[in-house]
Write a protein that binds this ligand. Structure first.
Ligand code: CO
Length: 504
């Protein structure tokens, strides 16, 4: 740490969560995080965002890793800096509402395994979907960062976000996060929003933005001038494009000012070099969007959503319809009452828009998720749903007025029965409750892995056994390079593993 300013700007680095989620399809493996973890811990960050969002699902689905184990290992290496996660409110780390018992035990276990700060949001900004997670996190002694999904629409204004934040403060928020997942916030709106939040909500404010439209660094500067407490950045080699603004550039920007972060650029540049090398390994997962994407300003389509739309169209052999789909997304969004486009609304609005174009008739086919949304099963839409579309989607069915999760029966007991001996811990049961098929698949591979390990042990034992013909001991010594070397025996076995074992 170097000298801090009078009111130092605090920094959260996102490289271990949002950075690689945005740039490398969430594929960074724990083994590439641990070697640099202690160094990250020394920087003096306000927090490190390391868990939640899409990382939980991806660990099991593509990396054959236990997300809980990742968290425990990071906690063992990062001893001083608070660990932060992104929690999708009642959707936890999944794509639907879960029953309260799942939310409750997930938060308890996340806390127990190492999360200090819970950043909790809801795609529709329906506070009823945040309340359960907020109360449990608070009770467990964690920092509750209540979060709103920032968007632009006729029903969203600076004042509606301030009112929303007041409600979240009443439930017990310790801080407020502006979550600008699409990189839409302009520097001047950021300034106004931060000033009003600081004046009227009187809680620390953190700004999370994405570089997608090219404005995020400028937004950080104006937010800092307006008194924002913490900003999210990503180490330079994992920043820009759809990721966060670069950590070092922000640190350098405020050097010698009252908002000097006091963070050491030399230390940061070593970390940047490390991730620059790591990133090369994940080349196959790089998105096509490497620069500034102005579609986000014209169509309000977040970067990640753009590539999903393209791949949906490619599957339908209709990539030439991209222009029509881009124009259809804001139309569907307006008819849905302007939900912010973030998981899971970005998925179902995008898919419905694609269907509307590809099917040749709008709402000829209607997604189940759209029907549920219109019914109120995701919460209250920010604005009114178009009455004609409502009629098409659910006819005269009544709208759900209660908190959506009140309709859901408890899920964990059933999950425990269904997993049986495949679950080795309560964490496993929770993983299964969240992603049944993905978790079962992972548990089975893990069990098979334990058997593989036994075979490796047997191979090593066999290699170490006195050779039948030769009496010379050198060839069997540990680290020896003879054909009977246990490491070669184990190595052969590793190579025989299916390639999906490690590369998804
Ligand atoms: Co983000």
């Amino acid at each position: 740490m170097t000298d801090k300013g009078a009111k130092p700007l605090k920094v959260t680095d996102t490289v271990l969560r949002d950075g690689h989620q945005s740039l490398l399809a969430t594929r960074m493996r724990t083994e590439d995080m641990l070697p640099i973890a202690a160094e990250l811990d020394q920087v003096g960050f306000f927090s490190l965002e390391v868990w939640g969002g899409a990382t939980f699902d991806t660990c099991m689905r593509f990396l054959n890793e236990d997300p809980w184990e990742r968290l425990r290992q990071l906690k063992a290496h990062i001893k001083k800096t608070p660990l932060q996660m992104l929690l999708r409110g009642q959707n936890v780390v999944g794509y639907r509402n879960y029953a309260d018992d799942v939310v409750e035990r997930f938060v308890v276990k996340a806390r127990e395994n190492g999360i200090d700060i819970f950043r909790i949001f809801d795609a529709l900004n329906d506070v009823r979907n945040l309340e359960k997670a907020m109360r449990v996190a608070k009770r467990e002694g964690a920092h509750v960062q209540a979060t709103f999904s920032y968007t632009i629409s006729p029903v969203h204004t600076v004042d509606t976000f301030v009112d929303l934040s007041r409600k979240m403060a009443d439930i017990g928020a310790d801080s407020i996060c502006i979550k600008d997942m699409a990189g839409l916030i302009t520097p001047y709106v950021a300034s106004e929003l931060v000033s009003k939040l600081k004046a009227k909500v009187k809680l620390p404010v953190q700004l999370h933005s994405h570089y997608t439209s090219g404005m995020a660094s400028a937004a950080v500067i104006k937010a800092a001038e307006a008194g924002v407490d913490v900003v999210d950045t990503a180490i330079s080699t994992m920043s820009l494009a759809t990721s966060q603004p670069p950590t070092e550039s922000i640190v350098a920007t405020f050097k010698g000012t009252p908002r000097d972060t006091g963070l050491d650029l030399e230390r940061l540049s070593k970390i940047a070099a490390y991730f620059g090398e790591v990133r090369k390994k994940y080349h196959a997962f790089e998105s096509n969007f490497v620069g500034v994407d102005t579609n986000v300003l014209t169509f309000q389509i977040p970067g990640g959503m753009y590539s999903n739309l393209a791949s949906q169209l490619r599957e339908q052999n209709a990539l030439d319809k991209m222009g029509e789909v881009l124009a259809e997304v804001p139309r569907v969004r307006a008819e849905m009452g302007y939900p912010p486009l973030v998981t899971p609304s970005s998925q179902f609005v995008g898919t419905q828009a694609t269907l509307n174009v590809v099917a040749g008739e709008r709402y000829k086919i209607i997604l189940k998720e759209i029907k549920n949304y219109v019914k109120g099963l995701y919460g209250t839409p920010p604005g009114p749903v178009d009455p004609h579309v409502r009629q098409l989607a659910i006819g005269n069915e009544e709208i759900v007025e209660c908190r959506p999760a009140d309709l859901l029966p408890s899920e964990l007991a059933k999950a425990a029965t269904e997993t049986g001996s495949l679950a080795k811990s309560e964490e496993d049961v929770i993983s299964y409750a969240l992603f049944p098929e993905v978790a079962l698949d992972y548990f089975k591979k893990r069990d098979a892995g334990e058997m593989l390990d036994k075979e490796v042990v047997a191979a090593i034992a066999a290699a170490l056994a006195p050779p039948v013909v030769s009496v010379q001991p050198e060839g069997v010594a540990v680290g020896g390079d003879g054909e009977r070397s246990p490491w070669k025996a184990a190595g052969r076995y590793m190579l025989a593993r299916p390639s999906s074992w490690r590369h998804g």
